[in-house]
Design a binder for this molecule. Structure first.
Ligand SMILES: *[C@@H]1O[C@H](CO)[C@@H](O)[C@H](O)[C@H]1NC(C)=O
Ligand SMILES: *[C@@H]1O[C@H](CO)[C@@H](O)[C@H](O)[C@H]1NC(C)=O
Length: 327
């Protein structure tokens, strides 16, 4: 048995064991760290190397930070990005710490409709205390409907290049934050949006992460989790492989962004209106980690990020929450 297999079997045994007593959602502890005291849709999250969190929101283009180790974590403003109202994907650039690419556009917080041509990718430095949130560069991506999830290429040659998921066009953009060049590099019907409306459940390709030469993705309205082989430079893509198909009708209303634990190959995927799924990329097994049934801790989970040690994760929600989940 490979180490990976014994780990998977160990975890399933644990879930099964606890499941017989109290239901699988209680196999982990979910604890709310913070909730905005007004209506703020938190869309995405990143962890800085010092452990502090960065939160993108649909709150007038505001990027917030929060220290999860504080006894009473409070979100504080890092920067309000000009010319946009909604921030979505965020990814640390790989060439130095504390410089992040953040996507934004004119996104209506109520209807989620997006003004055509309003999308940009910002490069933000977070590393010069007490000055935080310095905007180093603004790269317009006017051809995109939206840039939703975003991820940095892992290859050392391309540490300043991000890929962004266009949920409205079903395509992948490649943005070189160094040269400012923008290309649409892949489009496929499997990444396409739904026909009904502009809300979170109608989005196409949403979260994206690169792992072992594949681009892993969620498609919100199809409820699919899949992968595409890709070249190191993020320009060439193979065929879409759908790994898991999650029913998104009735109680479940759409997959959102996710974290991928590179030690175990397990993805932790936000599912509206109230769960986090565990999807194993090695065998495509899907289980509910948090939420489902009568568990109502999470109000519209939007994204998940792992801590450096892989022992816990933070989940953001459209209900303005940051929730810690310990594995
Ligand atoms: C909400 O939180 C902010 C920031 O912590 C604070 O300044 C404000 O007074 C709070 N408002 C209410 C109504 O509690
Ligand atoms: C968002 O859309 C709603 C409904 O159409 C509208 O009432 C509101 O003014 C819009 N908000 C902005 C900031 O445009």
């Amino acid at each position: 048995m490979s180490p990976a297999w014994s780990r998977i079997m160990g975890i399933s045994t644990l879930l099964l064991g606890l499941g017989m007593l109290a239901g699988p959602a209680l196999a982990v502890v979910a604890k709310q760290l913070f909730e905005f005291n007004r209506s703020v849709w938190v869309e995405n999250i990143a962890v800085r190397q010092n452990g502090n969190l960065l939160l993108t929101t649909l709150d007038q283009g505001r990027l917030y930070t929060l220290d999860p180790s504080s006894p009473n974590p409070e979100a504080s403003l890092v920067v309000q990005l000009p010319g946009v109202t909604g921030l979505s994907g965020i990814s640390e650039l790989g060439f130095t710490s504390d410089i992040f690419a953040v996507a934004g556009g004119l996104i209506n917080e109520t209807t989620f409709s997006i003004t055509p041509g309003s999308t940009s990718v910002y490069v933000i430095a977070h590393s010069l205390p007490p000055v935080t949130g310095v905007i180093l560069r603004t790269i317009p991506v006017p051809a995109a409907v939206v840039i939703n999830g975003m991820t940095t290429l892992p290859n050392p040659l391309y540490r300043r290049v991000v890929l962004g998921a266009d949920s409205g066009a079903g395509s992948i953009y490649r943005v070189d934050t160094s040269s400012g060049s923008v290309e649409s590099v892949f489009q496929d019907a499997q990444l396409g949006p739904g026909s009904g409306g502009t809300g979170p459940a109608a989005q196409g390709v949403n979260g994206i992460k690169i792992f072992n030469g594949y681009l892993y993705y969620t498609n919100s309205h199809m409820g699919t989790f899949g992968r595409i082989r890709m070249s190191d430079d993020g320009r060439k893509f193979g065929k879409v492989e759908v790994l898991a198909d999650v029913p998104v009708s009735g109680e479940a209303t759409g997959l959102d962004d996710f974290a991928l634990d590179e030690q175990t190959g397990v993805a932790y995927v936000a599912l509206h209106p109230g769960s986090v799924l565990r999807i194993d990329t090695t065998d495509a097994k899907v289980t509910t980690l948090v939420g489902g049934g009568t568990d109502s801790v999470l109000k519209e989970p939007t994204s998940v990020v792992m801590t450096e040690d892989g022992g816990s994760m933070y989940v953001t929600t459209g209900g303005g929450q940051v929730v810690e989940v310990c594995l």
